[in-house]
Design a protein around this ligand. Structure first.
Ligand SMILES: [Zn+2]
Length: 381
């Protein structure tokens, strides 16, 4: 469910995430546990333009940021105002990279394209790449979008999001700290923020893109109620403390806000409890997962095949070709005798009459350079 707003978004904004579904309250038993949780991460690079096919080094730089931000080892912690110092949390969550997949796609901005209700980027058959073990791994799809958001994260327990579409979606220029990562979203905080949503953290202002009337909350006690998203802070300046809304100073440097990457620095103890409870109750498979790398699978571009249009053929044999090229078309009967040969190079469909054929089974051998395709043809006039 998307909230429609009456005011306009900045030209570029971080997060297009859905609203969180209703979820059980944090379990204090789990919240109090101090064990480290390591979440295996799969990164699917689904690219159209070559620059979207980001390097392994750029992926690695993102993993490092996640491991700093979720362990309170990040730069910028010293800038957190003293009034919030006690709330700063080491989430005790780390991420291990278990696989990178690379897929070339014909779709531009595939990250938020849907086909029949299915999110294309999450499905190999729709131009993207299937999730790997989504119950056990955090799947991150890095691909371009058809809007100006940097990313998106799915909430756990959302009945509208199938398991195979659960994860985070990050634009390549908002991912990691090197390569094509571009200011102001070039410190890896989009993935930190979207991973927060994946672990059930809401925006500090609550529902919608902002909450100017202070009517909604993020269900976390130690993030002060606030009105704004700070998404307009994408230039040189970060917000200055204290910035008051809803009757108190805002924690605008929380990772679940939307300013430039360098303006964010912390999760809170309350967010830690909520995220860890979500893992225990809504994403328990993450706790049974392993950091053993999955064999990297580079997807071969699927070879485009000529298509036999009508089969069985009645009055004519017609073929469609994937590209404008010179094709030799030879037809053999079941005894292996050549009964027809032609060349075709126009790019238009090839057509020939069945008049000179008797009914029966044939094999069409289509040669294009060194590539040969064999198709079984039935003629039944
Ligand atoms: Zn968000």
């Amino acid at each position: 469910m998307l909230t429609v707003l009456s005011y306009s978004l900045p030209a570029q904004y971080r997060c297009a995430s859905r609203q969180a579904p209703a979820s059980p309250p944090p379990s204090s038993a789990v919240a109090g546990r101090q064990n480290l949780i390591t979440i295996p991460l799969v990164v699917h690079i689904v690219w159209h333009s070559p620059e979207e096919n980001i390097s392994d080094a750029q992926v690695q730089s993102q993993v490092e940021v996640l491991n700093e931000d979720f362990r309170a080892l990040n730069n910028g912690l010293s800038s957190v105002p003293g009034v919030f110092a006690d709330e700063v949390a080491d989430m005790e969550i780390e991420f291990c990279l278990v696989a990178i997949t690379r897929t070339q796609t014909t779709f531009t901005g595939i990250a938020n394209l849907y086909s029949g209700g299915m999110r294309r980027v999450c499905h190999t058959g729709l131009g993207g790449h299937d999730a790997l073990a989504p119950e056990h791994y955090l799947n991150a799809w890095v691909s371009a979008r058809n809007d100006s958001a940097c990313g998106e994260g799915t909430f756990p327990g959302d009945p509208d999001v199938p398991a195979g579409e659960q994860g985070i979606f990050i634009r390549p220029d908002c991912f990691g700290t090197t390569g094509t990562a571009a200011p102001p979203f070039n410190l890896g905080r989009t993935a930190t923020h979207e991973a927060g949503h994946y672990l059930n953290l809401k925006h500090p202002w609550g529902e919608g893109l902002e909450d100017p009337l202070c009517q909604t909350d993020d269900m976390v006690e130690d993030t002060p109620e606030q009105a704004y998203s700070y998404s307009e802070y994408t230039g040189q300046d970060c917000p200055a403390h204290p910035f008051f809304s809803c009757g108190s100073a805002d924690m605008f440097m929380n990772f679940m806000n939307l300013p430039a990457d360098r303006c964010m620095a912390m999760f809170t103890q309350g967010q830690k409890a909520r995220a860890r409870a979500a893992i225990a109750t809504l994403r328990p498979g993450l706790l049974q997962a392993s950091c053993v790398p999955v064999a990297q699978r580079e997807r071969e571009p699927k070879e485009e095949q000529p298509v036999l249009l009508t089969n069985p053929a009645r009055t004519e044999i017609s073929l469609l070709f994937p590209e404008k090229d010179r094709y030799e078309i030879a037809i053999f009967d079941t005894a292996g005798r050549l009964v027809f040969i032609s060349h075709h190079a126009s790019g238009a469909p090839f057509r020939t009459s069945t008049d000179s054929f008797i009914n029966g089974i044939y094999y069409i051998k289509i040669r294009n350079g060194r590539k040969i395709h064999i198709k079984k043809l039935i003629i039944a006039r």
